[in-house]
Write a protein that binds this ligand. Structure first.
Ligand SMILES: NC(=O)c1ncn([C@@H]2O[C@H](COP(=O)(O)O)[C@@H](O)[C@H]2O)c1NC=O
Length: 512
């Protein structure tokens, strides 16, 4: 029986020596590249250099070390094919049975704050992926390892002849192709961005599993949570869970929605979300005052809701939050007192997340049957210079403050969306209706007596004057909406008739 051989060339050298030791104990010959060889020699284990096998030195600052037929022939030859084995014999090439390679740290390099283009380019591994792919293609014969976390599992599966069961070799090969695909996706993303391309002809995004979920939207649906490899710390995928049961699929979606809404506000604000829509938003001088308003906005719907706050949760606020059943509370931080109070509830999930006011429109992905829709995230807010005051009466300062507050809210309500607000607090939210008047009626009904003297925000223009009519009947004094309907004038006339101040934003916020 010919001696087995392993080619080992790793950037991440963690856990390597016990693995090499296990191979050496089974009479496997070790071949290695520069830094890896030094480490193995240092551990007192026998090792040949790749140059001894190729008869060729490492050249071009290590750009060419293992890219040689003596390596790739030894990996790719189909052992059962006489012609392949004869060809190896003629060229004096021996087979290679193990490839242990992990790649230059491209991701870690490009996420360094001061990385240069040249540094990024030099950290694109070429020889490593080539060996991984050759070995993975020929996985019937070759065991290929790209992740140090797999060393113990492989050691366990080795018999005395250093053979690994086919099922494991197949799993390792599949992992290699995922690994090299993800590696290339990052490189492609880096260059695509550098070249200023936004929607390229091929989308090669990659995500890493963060956690398995018990189930999806419903218990009969499987699910998992994946996060972007390049971190955006102000994101639900980067939130740290301090307490409570594991997050569910629906918790994650709702917490994401709550986080996006609360980030709209620069003053202390609290958002309560149910089923992706806000049910209460409040802003105030303190986070406690903001929470009180978010609660008062809809004391019924908040039950079982997801809360996001844009300031630290203190003890006083925690005492209030503890009084009702909440699924998740997400905030930049919690005081010790708040944690002591809230952790008395076993199931409540407490999450912390960094908050930044990053207004960069990153791509947003939505899957549809057989495809993926990609768009820029809606990061636009009110632009004072684009506002048009279209009615005889202009909004008072107080009304304008509420209009601005409600505009931030309505942007995050499923269309058709109408929000009524007063005094930094939502008082009625009509979400996801098939017609605009329907959404207005729901918001007005929810506001009840509070509708009198409130303001209204609409995510899209009024196709007819009927919504203004409903608003007037309820006692609404000011309206903010995009404008742009061919029948805008009818709505303006109606608003003038009732002395309502109406503002056009020139921008809509559909949310489907
Ligand atoms: N150029 C080559 O032929 C080549 N062969 C292996 N590598 C990489 O070199 C690294 C290990 O280098 P060293 O053993 O010198 O520390 C590994 O990440 C491996 O993937 C190469 N480097 C980059 O392409």
């Amino acid at each position: 029986m010919t001696k087995k051989r392993a080619l080992i060339s790793v950037s991440n050298k963690e856990g390597l020596i016990p693995f090499v030791q296990a191979l050496v104990e089974r009479q496997v010959e070790i071949i290695s590249t520069g830094g890896t060889k030094k480490l193995i020699e240092g551990a007192g284990l026998p090792v040949l250099s790749v140059s001894d096998v190729t008869g060729f030195p490492e050249i071009l600052d290590g750009r060419v070390k293992t890219l040689h037929p003596a390596i790739h022939g030894g990996l790719l030859a189909v052992r059962e094919k006489a012609e392949h084995m004869d060809a190896l014999g003629e060229q004096n090439i021996d087979t290679i049975d193990f490839v242990v390679v992990n790649l230059y740290p491209f991701k870690e390099t490009i996420t360094k704050p001061d990385v240069t283009y040249e540094e990024a380019v030099e950290n694109i591994d070429i020889g490593g992926p080539s060996m991984l792919r050759s070995a993975a293609k020929n996985h019937k014969a070759v065991t290929v390892v790209c992740d140090p976390l797999d060393y113990p599992k492989i050691i366990e599966s080795l018999n005395d002849e250093a053979e690994v069961p086919f099922e494991i070799k197949q799993q390792l090969a599949a992992k290699v192709f995922r690994h090299t695909a993800a590696y290339d996706a990052l490189i492609a993303g880096y260059f695509t961005k550098a070249a200023g391309e936004i929607y390229p002809e091929k989308l090669t995004i990659t995500y890493e599993k963060k956690q398995d979920l018990r189930y999806g939207e419903n218990p009969h649906q499987g699910a998992a949570f994946y996060s972007a490899p390049i971190k955006n710390h102000s994101a639900i995928a980067e939130a740290e869970q301090l307490h409570g049961k594991a997050l569910s699929y629906n918790n994650i979606k709702d917490a994401d929605a709550a986080l996006s809404i609360v980030k709209e506000y620069s003053e202390p604000a609290v958002v309560a979300v149910k089923h992706m829509n806000p049910c209460g938003i409040g802003a105030g001088e303190t986070i406690k005052a903001a929470y009180e308003k978010a609660y008062e906005a809809d004391p019924v719907s908040i039950f079982g809701g997801i809360i996001a706050a844009n300031r630290e949760i203190d003890g006083e606020t925690a005492a209030l939050l503890k009084q009702i059943f909440l699924e998740v509370i997400i905030a930049p931080s919690f005081t010790k007192e708040a944690i002591d109070t809230l952790t008395q509830k076993k199931n409540i999930r407490l999450l912390t997340v960094e908050l930044n006011d990053d207004k960069q429109a990153v791509p947003q992905y939505t899957s549809v049957g057989g495809g993926l829709l990609v768009q820029d995230t809606d990061v636009k807010g009110l632009n004072d210079t684009e506002l048009r005051f279209v009615t005889h009466r202009k909004p008072t300062n107080e009304e304008m403050k509420d209009l601005s507050f409600a505009w931030k809210a309505v942007k995050h309500v499923k269309s058709n969306a109408i929000v009524l607000a007063k005094g930094d607090k939502t008082i009625g939210i009509g979400a996801g209706q098939m017609n605009r008047v329907g959404a207005a009626k729901i918001a007005i009904e929810q506001a009840g007596d509070h509708a009198k003297g409130s303001i209204m925000a609409s995510d899209a223009f009024f196709p007819m004057h009927d919504t203004v009519e409903e608003a007037a009947k309820a006692g609404v004094t000011a309206i903010i909406q995009p404008g742009g309907s061919i029948r805008d004038q009818e709505s303006i006339d109606k608003a003038n008739e009732y002395n309502i101040a109406m503002v056009f934003t020139g921008m809509r916020h559909f949310k489907h």
